[in-house]
Each structure stands twice: as C-alpha cells, then as structure tokens.
Design a protein. Structure first.
Length: 134
C-alpha cells in the first residue's frame, strides 16, 4: 500500500480538487490557480524524487516547460530532466521516477542528462525540483 502522497494517483486527485473544488469551496482562477498548481507539483515531485533515491550528490530532477517557467495550467503535461554525473545506477533511478508518472499519463517528455557541472545546466532556464549536493 502506498503512503499518502506517494502515488501519482494522489497527485491527480489533489490536482483535480484544485481545478474542481467541492461545493462551498472557493474556486481558484488565473494566477492563483497557476501558483497553486506549481506548488502542488513541486511539493509532490520533491517527495517522489526523494523516495525514488535522489538522496545523495550528483543527481538532480529539473522541471522545464510550463512547470519550470511557473506557468503550469490545468492538465499541463510534465516536462522533466534527470541530470546526473554519469553514475551507473541512473537507469534504475530513472525507472522509479518515470514509471509512476507515465502510468498515470502525467508525463509525456523526459530526458536524462549527463553533466560534469550540474550548475551549468541550471543556467539554461530550468528550475531545480530536487537536488542534493554531495
């Protein structure tokens, strides 16, 4: 059994509550809804990345596209980049990251990226979602 907040279905459920709140709850629109969606996805992805094994140095999960620009709107797809220092176990880490998102149709594009300097990747415009400096 998954812990609360650990499955992509939990993310979908929370997203749907933001988009279509229950009767009597205030409906967020415009910039307020975008900010809430960014916060929700950042929070969930940081926890998901940690559970998948991004706990040591040399690996980072980057949000690019709408989430990276903080312009996420209802039903946007996730564009994510896994940056690593060339470690051998990255395939298993990537599978743990990507599979739950693919299975829930939340992710359409993802990319691995090997960089000798992860700080160089940060200058290209993406936002760090989860990063551990070793």
């Amino acid at each position: 059994m998954n812990m609360p907040g650990s499955s992509a279905e939990d993310l979908l459920w929370a997203r749907d509550l933001l988009i279509n709140p229950p009767a009597g709850r205030r409906r967020l629109i415009g910039a307020d809804l975008r900010a809430a969606l960014v916060d929700l996805h950042d929070f969930w992805l940081a926890g998901h990345a940690t559970r998948a094994g991004i706990t040591g140095g040399g690996v980072a999960l980057l949000a690019v596209g709408a989430l990276g620009r903080k312009e996420f709107v209802p039903y946007s797809d996730l564009d994510l980049v896994l940056v690593h220092d060339g470690r051998d176990e990255v395939a298993g880490l990537a599978e743990q990251l990507w599979y739950p998102l693919w299975a829930s149709a939340l992710i359409i594009r993802c990319a691995p990226c090997v960089s000798r300097s992860t700080s160089r990747a940060a200058t290209c415009g993406p936002r760090w979602v989860c990063w551990r400096r070793g």
